[in-house]
Write a protein that binds this ligand. Structure first.
Ligand code: SF4
Length: 360
């Protein structure tokens, strides 16, 4: 074992995290779900979601048998919903191909939707103590600094170099402890801002520290202005306080989630409502609210909510993936008769609509 790995293993035993929910019973399934949730989300945010998810889907078979709507409902607020869709798809493949048990080989794991080399490595290392290499965001930062690797890690060449470094440093023995250690080091000591180099177990071998380059490593992403897209979102509510939502197609932005009806920014509300089949006598109030910004990885969405009340509605409207949903049930975490996945901006608009109702 390299001095780097040995120092990390010693440090983990004394100072590392040992009571995260997925560490208490690290089965392959529990580690897999935690790794997917942690991909773009901080530990503190993940814990509650993880516990609710495990309660709802305690096994691969339970997850495979669940409705996608229900899975996405448990993902609501976590973002990056492809992760939830892929978990569901993979669970079904595991039931079909592996009798409900996660496979143990790296290539078998990597063949499942949403599992890349690093996630497969983490599952193997943390749940089976099998040699598996990980290179998540935290580990990239630690290795870029420790080995003084320059260049934005999002670039293929840099990431490949870091993968080679990670492979060299991963030990054969104690791989579970080592893997947890390097993740913990990134989260607790070698943090993005103000790393605590004075408390770091590998400070004596850290090339970035020796060269006084810690503050500039890893190399940040070259700045690029994100484009903006604008859209109007129609929150049409009937007299029973049900809101008309539409389910997005399975692929693409918000795939499989339910959201208020989206129209181009310059749409005329009366024309939209007429197109949906509402006659003038069926329409009550129309209020256009202030726009707000929601940022995705590749663009900003400028959303303008349009709140509409309708007294009656055309019978044919609950078609084309559209349906009425009780506003109260949508906003309560428990007891909703029909649980569906909602993207964060939809939750924000629905919450605003509910507070408008309460203020009336
Ligand atoms: S010495 Fe500092 S920069 Fe180097 S690995 Fe430790 S915390 Fe990170």
């Amino acid at each position: 074992m390299s001095e780097f790995a040995a120092a990390l293993v010693r440090w983990q035993r004394q100072f590392g995290r040992k009571d995260l929910p997925w560490q208490l019973e690290p089965t392959p399934y529990r580690v897999w779900v935690s790794e997917i949730m942690l991909q773009q989300t901080q530990v503190v945010t993940v814990i509650d979601y993880y516990q609710r998810f495990m309660q709802a889907f305690p096994s691969v078979t339970a997850l495979a048998a669940a409705e996608l709507d229900d899975v996405l409902h448990h993902w609501t607020g976590l973002g990056y919903y492809a992760r939830g869709r892929n978990l569901h798809k993979s669970a079904q493949a595991i039931v079909e191909q592996y009798n409900g048990e996660l496979p143990t080989q790296q290539d078998e794991l990597e063949a499942l939707p949403g599992i890349g080399p690093s996630t497969a490595g983490a599952i193997r290392a943390l749940s089976q103590n099998q040699r598996g290499v990980i290179l998540d965001g935290n580990v990239k930062r630690v290795l870029a600094r420790h080995e003084a690797v320059h260049g934005f890690p999002g670039l293929r060449s840099v990431s490949q170099h870091l993968w080679e470094v990670a492979t060299t440093l991963t030990p054969e023995k104690n791989v579970a402890t080592y893997t947890q250690a390097i993740m913990d080091l990134g989260a607790m000591i070698c943090t993005r801002k103000q790393p605590k180099c004075g408390e770091c177990p590998v400070q004596t071998t850290c090339k970035g520290l020796a060269a006084n380059q810690v503050a500039t490593l890893p190399t940040p992403k070259p700045k690029q202005a994100k484009p903006s897209r604008s859209a109007k979102f129609f929150l049409i509510m009937n007299a029973a306080e049900e809101v008309l939502l539409e389910q997005r197609p399975p692929m693409g932005l918000w795939g499989g989630l339910w959201a208020p009806l989206q129209y181009p920014q310059d749409s005329d509300p009366l024309l939209v409502l007429a197109e949906l089949g509402f006659s003038e006598t069926q329409i009550g109030d129309i209020a256009t609210a202030a726009s707000f910004k929601h940022t995705f990885t590749h663009f900003h969405l400028i959303a303008t909510p349009v709140y509409v009340t309708v007294t009656k509605h055309p019978l044919m409207i609950a078609e084309h993936g559209r349906d009425w949903h009780s506003l109260h049930d949508l906003l309560s975490r428990n007891g909703a008769p029909r649980q569906i996945g909602l993207p964060k901006p939809a939750v924000m608009m629905l919450t605003d609509l509910a507070s408008r109702l309460n203020n009336d």
